[in-house]
Each structure stands twice: as structure tokens, then as C-alpha cells.
Design a protein around this ligand. Sequence first.
Ligand SMILES: NC(=O)c1ccc[n+]([C@@H]2O[C@H](COP(=O)([O-])OP(=O)(O)OC[C@H]3O[C@@H](n4cnc5c(N)ncnc54)[C@H](OP(=O)(O)O)[C@@H]3O)[C@@H](O)[C@H]2O)c1
Length: 222
Amino acid sequence: MAMTADGKIATANRAVTTFGSARDARHLYELRATADAILCGARTVEETGATLGNGGEIHRRARLRRGLAEYPVRVIASESASISSSAAIWQKSFSPVVVLAGGTASKRNVSRLTKLGAHVWVAAGAEVDLALMLGRLRSEFGVRRLLCEGGGGLNDALFRAGLVDELHLTLCPRIFGGRQSPTIADGLGFPRLADAALFELKSAKRHGDELFLVYRAVRPTG
Ligand SMILES: NC(=O)c1ccc[n+]([C@@H]2O[C@H](COP(=O)([O-])OP(=O)(O)OC[C@H]3O[C@@H](n4cnc5c(N)ncnc54)[C@H](OP(=O)(O)O)[C@@H]3O)[C@@H](O)[C@H]2O)c1
């Protein structure tokens, strides 16, 4: 995630979705080139026009050297299966698209996305069981390493489910302000300090005026 110095990942009106440097963009593609699958929330896919590709020839070759498929499996979290049919992701067919939907998603939406070529996995309950779905991605698509690229709603659910091993944060020298501006974790959050997801700093590198931070999850013991 690229984050401003005041902790925002987009402007309040959501008009600005990209604000990191070229180095930050490269970092994203380098990370993608280590992952079997990319996961994104429905709003991020729609608002950023992401097609979740491999980032071009250099990264394609890096994937092959690591024994990965040429393109990552693309996974969209869309509880109500509301992801728009006009999202750019549907224009590209280089790898499977899996949609994680909740049990209350309408049949109409599920069938609409299936016609667009997606594998729509509908949860047994109202909410998507993200841990279960990661297991299914592993067994059906061989996904061992998954990169989540946000947004804040989806990230929050992953943090709360204890499913984040590593957090890559690029701190950018801007202030967006705005109470409504998205942050890296925007859902229900944690009610108590004792429950908060805990990380340790693995590395911090400076490139120009940006800081590239990598945090590793600290798992509760005992
Ligand atoms: N700076 C950065 O690095 C960066 C990166 C990514 C995104 N962004 C920004 O973040 C904003 C989008 O964030 P957001 O929080 O509004 O949206 P989001 O997380 O991308 O998408 C929210 C939608 O994803 C689905 N979803 C979320 N949690 C889910 C769960 N646990 N299970 C199943 N589906 C789930 C729901 O879809 P349904 O509505 O279909 O139920 C929900 O409405 C955009 O402005 C984008 O530009 C910034």
C-alpha cells in the first residue's frame, strides 16, 4: 500500500488513486512477480482500472525464473458480487478471475459475473470466510503466496482474520487530509489495544523522499 504522511491511501473524493513514485510502482510489480495470486477489493478494481497483470516482460521473466505461472491468478473480493461489468479487468483474459462472494449475493449478480468468465465462489454464510477461501485457492489453483493490493475495506477484514504475514507500506511525502479519505484498514477495526494486529519492522529503505517499509506479523504465542 502507498500511504501519505497522514495515513491516507486516496483522497476523500477518491479522485486520486495513484500518487507514489515510479520506484513505488516498480516495487508493486516486483512484489506481484513473487505471488501466485493477486487479491483486490471490488472498489479498488473498479476505481483504479486495475487488470492485475504481470507488469510486463521483465516481471514475466522473473515469474518464470521462480517457477510461477506467466500471469497471477486474479481474485476479487466482492461480498455482494456487485463488481461492475464495465471494470477494465474483464477486458483481459490472461489468467483466471475468481470472485469471492457472500451467501447473500444475488443470483443475478452471480450469473452476470459467471457470464463474464469469472469463477464465482459463493460462501455458505453471509460473509466470505477468507481463511477458507485462501485454502481453496491453494487446493484448486496452487496458490501458495498471495499479494493483497487493498483497498482498506478488504485489508481490514484480512487483518482481523489474522491472515496478513507481511505488510509493505510506502510512505509518501504528501498530506491528503479528509475524514472520509480511505486508509489502509477501514472496516470494523479492532476494539481493544490487546486485539490490534501486531507487526515488527523487518526493513526500512529510503528512495528519494519515500520510505519503503516492510512489517512482519507477530503471532500471539501460547
Ligand atoms: N494507495 C494505495 O496503495 C491503494 C491501494 C488500493 C486501493 N486504494 C484506494 O482505496 C480505495 C478503495 O478502498 P475501499 O476500502 O473503499 O474498497 P475495497 O476494499 O477495494 O473494496 C470494498 C469492497 O470489496 C468487497 N469486500 C471488502 N471486504 C470484503 C470481505 N471481507 N469479503 C468479501 N468482500 C469484501 C465488498 O464488495 P461488495 O460491495 O461487492 O460487497 C466491498 O464493498 C480506492 O479509493 C482506491 O483508490 C489505494
